[in-house]
Design a protein around this ligand. Structure first.
Ligand SMILES: Cc1cc2nc3c(=O)[nH]c(=O)nc-3n(C[C@H](O)[C@H](O)[C@H](O)COP(=O)(O)OP(=O)(O)OC[C@H]3O[C@@H](n4cnc5c(N)ncnc54)[C@H](O)[C@@H]3O)c2cc1C
Length: 446
């Protein structure tokens, strides 16, 4: 059964740039747009900025360097350095796999976006889009509708940037988006991150590596034990996120679909159970480190590595990755490894991820380009995307989805949006001008 629902909705169409989603991509996009003079609105469905880095409790930044130099620069580096500086146990030379204090990251983003003049609206889930056909014959978004405690509200603007991670804006505009693996339709497994406090820091620092790359890691005993049925593979990443506080990105859940209300609700409950199994199991396996540990928090949001993505003017493929390809319109570069968390649980293995092919493995100093066209929604005139939902194939998404890369893509989308003339197509922005502006702002690419 269906119902039809009509409503008179207040509209504020005073904005130049409207961004849906305030994760790494959305925050970088908002900062870049506002700093370039655009009146910018950021709609965020949760109560904090930072996306997976805060509401997802992801405990560490993926590497900022290509093992020779820092390659993710500009706004992403500015945010990273501010947060690192506020964590006294970290050094200025720490650039790879640096832990995140999620509360500090939230406040840092609040301060930066406020200072730049971005209007941030929390608890605003974008649930509708008003679009028609623009002069180019492609879809032109006129306004978005967000559900808020105060009722439905509509916000209009010149350019719209989809930073929801799920290509929500694009889907709501009636434009085709893709989901998961091209062959199977499956997405990478999810992880519900959590924090244990009251950990013995001295023993934590001294213990042998507990990464799944060590076959003697304690997590393997948890996987083999009948006592922890929800710990199904050896995925076990962690970092010191505060005094005696360890953030965990550990365990997996499969077939999680955020668009299915019952499925995602069940997954969140199961994620909390998994965190509790880890707490109990680690107490038993590594008592000197975790004997008195307390499960302080599970993430407010489920950790989804992959859902929907846009179809862009260009789709970045694993072939581009293997060829270390450069592009004349590139707006950044990437070297993170192809980090595919299995789409299906594999029986009899403790390894959490899919192996990379030898030709996919980058040497120090190697990287590939990120063309602006992967941010441009093919069937949209004034619609950009940045972050986890850009135009790539399933395999290369497992590389470009991580936070330093999302910052780089977000910043480029924000600048492109700010440079787009009133009523114009985002493609009218001159590539040379875009790249010069980004470089002047500190970005790095070939
Ligand atoms: C379990 C897990 C572990 C990871 N580990 C690492 C790691 O160690 N290091 C690393 O760098 N990266 C890691 N990543 C990847 C990285 O965290 C994400 O891919 C990255 O945060 C994506 O950035 P984003 O801005 O595209 O999306 P997100 O961070 O997902 O942010 C999207 C934001 O949009 C909001 N939103 C969604 N829909 C709507 C809507 N309709 N209306 C309004 N707001 C909306 C969300 O609330 C959220 O705040 C991990 C990811 C996961 C899931």
């Amino acid at each position: 059964m269906t119902v039809s629902y009509n409503a008179e909705i207040p509209l504020d169409d005073s904005y130049d740039v409207v961004i849906a989603g305030g994760g790494p991509a959305g925050c970088a996009a908002a900062l870049a747009a506002a700093r370039h003079g655009a009146k910018t609105l950021l709609l965020e469905s949760s109560s904090a900025l930072g996306g997976m880095g805060t509401s997802g409790l992801v405990p560490a930044w993926c590497p900022y360097s290509d093992k020779e130099k820092i390659i993710y620069r500009g706004i992403g580096l500015e945010i990273f350095e501010k947060v690192r500086a506020g964590m006294p146990h970290l050094k200025e030379t720490d650039v790879d796999w640096v832990p995140i204090d999620a509360e500090l990251l939230k406040r840092t983003l609040d301060e930066l976006l406020t200072a730049a003049g971005v209007d941030v609206i929390f608890n605003a889930l974008v649930t509708g889009v008003g679009a028609d056909t623009g002069p180019s014959g492609k879809k032109r978004i006129r306004y978005v509708v967000a559900a808020h405690k105060g009722g439905l509200r509509a916000w209009g603007g010149n350019v719209f940037i989809d930073c929801t991670g799920d290509a929500d804006l694009v889907g709501l505009a009636g434009i085709e988006r893709l989901f998961g693996d091209e062959k199977t339709g499956k997405v990478q497994s999810a992880t519900h991150c959590f924090v244990l406090t009251n950990v013995d820091e001295h023993y934590y620092r001294a213990m042998p590596t507990q990464h799944s790359s060590n076959p003697k890691a304690a997590v393997y005993n948890l996987v083999k034990s009948d006592k922890y049925p929800l710990i199904k593979d050896g995925h076990f990443c962690h970092g010191l996120v505060g005094p005696s506080a360890i953030g965990f990105n550990a365990g997996h859940l499969w077939d999680v679909n955020p668009a299915d209300p019952r499925n995602i609700s069940r997954a969140l409950m199961q994620g909390r159970e998994i965190a509790h199994e880890f707490q109990t199991g680690l107490k038993e396996e590594l008592p000197e480190v975790f004997g008195s540990a307390w499960l302080a928090q599970t993430a407010p949001s489920m950790g989804l590595r992959e859902t929907w993505r846009i179809i862009g003017d260009y789709t970045l493929t694993v072939k581009d990755y293997i060829e270390r390809r450069s592009f004349p319109d590139e707006i950044g570069r990437n070297c993170y490894f192809i980090d595919v968390h299995r789409t299906e649980q594999k029986k009899g293995t403790l390894e959490p991820g899919e192996a990379e092919a030898p030709e996919e493995q980058y040497q120090p100093g190697e990287s590939h380009g990120l063309p602006r066209r992967i941010l441009q929604v093919k069937d949209g005139e004034n619609i950009l995307a940045a972050g986890r939902n850009v135009s790539t194939d399933h395999r290369v998404l497992a590389s470009v989805r991580v936070m330093p890369v999302c910052f780089v893509m977000g910043e480029a989308a924000g600048v492109m949006a700010a440079l787009t003339g009133k009523g114009r197509d985002i493609r009218d922005v001159d590539t040379g001008k875009l790249r010069d502006t980004l470089k002047k702002d500190g970005a790095w690419f070939g």
